[in-house]
Ligand binder design. Sequence first.
Ligand code: GDP
Length: 594
Amino acid sequence: MSENGSKTIELPGSITVRDLAQRMAASPIQIIKILMSNGVMANINQLIDFDTASIVASEMGFETKSEEYEIAEEKEIGEVPFWRQLIAREDPARLVDRAPVVTILGHVDHGKTTLLDAIRHTNVASGEAGGITQHIGAYQVELKGRMITFLDTPGHAAFTAMRSRGAQGADIVILVVAANDGVMPQTREAIAHAKAARVPIIVAMNKIDRPDANPDFTKKQLSENGLTPDDWDGDTMVVPVSAKLKQGIEDLLEAILLVSDNIDIKANPDGKVFGNVIEAKVERAKGVVATMLVYNGTLEPGDIIVAGRAFGRIRAMFDFRGRKLKKAGPSTPVQIMGLNEVPSAGDIFLKYATEREARAVIEERALKSQQRAAAVPKATLEELFAKVQSGEAQELRLIIKADVQGSLEPIVSSLNELDQSDIKISILHAETGNISESDIMLATASHAIAVGFNVQADAAARRMAETEGVSIRLYNIIYRLTEDIEKAMKGLLEPEIIETTVGTGVVLATFKISKVGAIAGCRVTSGEFRRNAKVRLTREGTIIFEGEFSSLKHEKEDVREVRNGFECGAGFRNFNDFAVGDQIECYVLERSSS
Ligand code: GDP
């Protein structure tokens, strides 16, 4: 209740008439009438925006509060992380202690990975040491009956984006500094990130076993960088460890608990359910698998969540050991299945009451990003080159798709590091997964190039790219990718290889012929198969094979081509694994003249 006695409800950025009625325990008809009296004709399933809903609510004696969580996306380094702001909105009386969330930062080769492994192996709850073979991006250890949650993503920690995110998502930063090497550039950067996120730092002074370790020199350097050790009358705990020999690990964990006791690490387990996406990917048998860290509330299977542009009902939930979980409270990392798309690492996830609400949130986000995309001025690649040559500064717009989040981050950061004084790079969209039709739509609308790293372009995407004149570029080495983009920025890009599909077909039967190998009995379903063209075999949307024919026969005759509607026997070079239902695509590669 607010001061003047009116009731308060929280509303999302947009809501259907039906849901608004439900939230005020009113009849939808009543809402529709109020809308009409305000000149808005709406049906029960129509989405109305926050302002409109607020007018209706106020006429019914409600005050409204925005449930908008979008601001999270635009937050700047240096601000209080968004999830902390959300916890601060919880009822203080309901807050209880939660396990500290810890991230390990430091210069490359100073021992972050080794330290994470040492902690994992020495202190995971009794009897299970060594039992955790899977890395899901986070794990928990126990010391003296208290839990500590570790973010386990140091593999990519060489990249700025990850470092800043790690610090943002944690309660405590462990700064690994090798005692033989001292404070290095990435050590300083890590300190800056931790300070920006206002997260306390504990120093793990590593490699103390090395004969060339120089603890005093390292401490002096730390002091010069604002981290005066506590045994030098400062307030930074510096714990000597050897990750390699697993020495000092327990001291480090104790230091974490000590520091946690001095800061507020709380959440409301019964409050609003939200957290962060740590890692996410598509697995063939399971669909989208995402590791989430719950910050507040309690997540359960069956819950409907929205994370970035993805949503879904949680089908199954596992802990970091791969065991099924029924409930996950604050600071618990979980792996979940059931999202419809791959969210980005760092996305906030939120639970919604109904699938309808979740869909409305997603639709609104999609709309907003479309509007953003539509707002960008148009320019084709050719125009771009011409403008670069004539000296007019322009923008190179990119849509980037990569196999895993871990490759996306370094690609984005290294692109951002390119010299952008003449021409700016603008990344409209960066996500995991194959290049899809919707990526090409976005590229078409905004005259962007679609860039893939360790992924393929779907057949539909390739077709659309062909008709719309969108460039698709595929890479498997980051360096090549950045090099090409750099060339494009200078207008020096070489003609690309264009793929043209000449025919498609389907496998109807499979045979094994001794000395020859597997043969697929196929029907050509469009265009034609050409003996000297390339072939690609896909199964349930996944590319299984790419290569050449080893044989192509029509009724026992070797043939050069088989046309639409005809059946044929096909063998592929170095491939024996045909299955009925496999899709075959026959294509040629040509150099484009543009
Ligand atoms: P990261 O790049 O920070 O993740 O560093 P790694 O964990 O990969 O370690 C880099 C190298 O240092 C590896 O060869 C490790 O075996 C070694 N290393 C890590 N911790 C220690 C340690 O405590 N003592 C010694 N002598 N070597 C270590």
